[in-house]
Write a protein that binds this ligand. Structure first.
Ligand code: ADP
Ligand code: ZN
Length: 218
């Protein structure tokens, strides 16, 4: 039986950071709908352009689009398990995921809610950037780009910020989270699948808490 987990939490909770660590340490596969949608926007297709507008406003892309993206990847990838990062974000997406996993005879090992208060989210998001070459994530406050201006992982010298990481769009993303995504917490809790971790600690501490949850549920 493979391990499949959902990382649930508001923008800036640290889902992507933790997902990347699980990929390295456990050979799991990260499925980030945010990353997939950013690829689509960069592809220059018609759909990419429509997606870009919605994302930049901080709104959610339609369920059909993201469910389709996930379905493709679930079929294609062979792995020791999936980390769903930024998906599901609505109850309809949660139902679709349950059906897709059932079809593959897979189960959800755990749903991990990463708890971080709003002030911290805004501080984190407006401080973050990634290496344009390898995707390593940096944060002006907690994990600054090395002083020589080179990525610690790949030596790249170009760093980028996300277009939707501005205050206006972030406010909308938080509203969308509380309105459409946070109900999933109650849903998974009622299904006895939910565990919470404090997302405010050091990256290492949060990692350990997540691993404890996975091991206790596996
Ligand atoms: P964050 O968690 O920081 O908001 P993501 O990279 O997960 O960032 O998502 C960025 C944007 O992509 C969202 O604001 C939304 O527009 C879109 N998006 C990502 N995942 C989904 C999803 N599951 N359903 C609908 N829209 C999504
Ligand atoms: Zn790099």
């Amino acid at each position: 039986m493979t391990t499949n987990i959902i990382l649930l939490g508001p923008p800036g909770a640290g889902k992507g950071t933790q997902a990347r660590r699980l990929v390295e340490e456990r050979g799991m596969t990260q499925l980030s709908t945010g990353d997939m949608l950013r690829q689509s926007r960069n592809s220059g297709s018609d759909m990419g352009r429509r997606v870009a507008e919605v994302m930049d406003r901080g709104e959610l892309v339609t369920d059909d689009i993201v469910i389709g993206l996930i379905e493709e990847r679930l079929d294609a990838d062979r792995t020791d398990g999936f980390i769903f990062d930024g998906f599901p974000r609505t109850l309809a997406q949660a139902d679709a995921l349950a059906a897709l996993l059932e079809k593959k005879r897979e189960r959800l090992t755990a749903v991990i809610e990463m708890q971080v208060d709003d002030d911290a989210l805004v501080r984190r998001i407006t401080a973050r950037s990634t290496c344009a070459n390898c995707g390593e994530m940096y944060n002006d406050i907690t994990k600054p780009i090395p002083e020589d201006g080179k990525c610690a992982v790949c030596g790249g010298t170009e760093f980028k910020r996300r277009e939707d990481d501005n205050e206006q769009s972030l406010k909308q993303r938080l509203l969308e989270y509380y309105k459409k995504t946070s109900p999933l917490i109650g849903y998974y809790h009622a299904n006895d699948q939910l565990d919470r971790v404090d997302g405010l600690g050091e990256i290492e501490e949060v990692s350990r808490a997540i691993k404890d949850v996975i091991d206790s549920r596996a």
